[in-house]
Design a protein around this ligand. Sequence first.
Ligand SMILES: NC(=O)c1ccc[n+]([C@@H]2O[C@H](COP(=O)([O-])OP(=O)(O)OC[C@H]3O[C@@H](n4cnc5c(N)ncnc54)[C@H](OP(=O)(O)O)[C@@H]3O)[C@@H](O)[C@H]2O)c1
Length: 256
Amino acid sequence: MARTVIKDQTVWITGASSGIGRALALGLAERGNHLILTSRNRQNLVDLAGSLDCSTTVLAADISEASSTGLLRDELGKLEAGLDMAVLCAGDCEYVDTRNFDTNVVERMFNVNVFGLSRSVEAALPALRKSQKSPNIVGISSASAITGLPRAEAYGASKAALVSMLESLALDLVHEGIAITMVLPGFVDTPLTQRNDFPMPFLMSPGQAASIVLTGIERGNRRIEFPRRLIWPLRFMSLLPENFRLKIGQRMVRRE
Ligand SMILES: NC(=O)c1ccc[n+]([C@@H]2O[C@H](COP(=O)([O-])OP(=O)(O)OC[C@H]3O[C@@H](n4cnc5c(N)ncnc54)[C@H](OP(=O)(O)O)[C@@H]3O)[C@@H](O)[C@H]2O)c1
């Protein structure tokens, strides 16, 4: 499949300081792009910027705060030639314990994963509209969006909402020439998953995940899901009649 290398672009990466976002920053820096790096911890971004062999701008912000939208929009608005790509990777994961069901967990997950991405889209759109290249929004969802999984009432629901939001954005922005790429990764070895206390099948490194994502974007894929060995069983489960899905899914439920 034809592939156009991402090069000489201005790329904004949220969640750039760690895990998948950091690995994407390394891959995009190697290709020769100007990177705008966002996450909450400014020092981590400064350290990362210092280690990259490309031009960088550090733009620290907390996307779970409503006030971040204006700050980010103003800063991105200063880019004279606009923004070519927004890689929206910042996110968090918490699991739900249904014995003590707590809506605060759901609220926290939606605030960073859904509203945070929405704020980032709002902030990036004016700058993306100025791009003379082929502007693209890349949203990082999760394989957990494919079907309901145990303890994912907050995280999985937020990532499924994200897929729906990105699918709608793809329709509404196509006439403006702004593309949407949605990414549904399986388990990647990052600080986020290092907290998990359950087996993570087909765990991969952030570098492997970033390589799949960047190759997928370069091939023009609009939906990048991996690894297939995890995606296909999840898709199969999502297509089953509900009673069968319950029978299979129950085996994954933890009983203590
Ligand atoms: N790892 C996996 O297996 C996996 C699988 C599927 C999907 N994902 C998704 O991939 C994305 C990256 O996850 P990761 O595994 O790479 O996690 P990670 O290593 O914990 O990185 C998360 C990044 O997001 C930033 N961040 C978190 N909250 C933020 C906020 N409120 N405002 C701004 N930045 C914030 C963090 O930096 P600060 O703490 O400095 O803000 C960090 O740079 C997430 O959206 C996650 O849901 C991960």
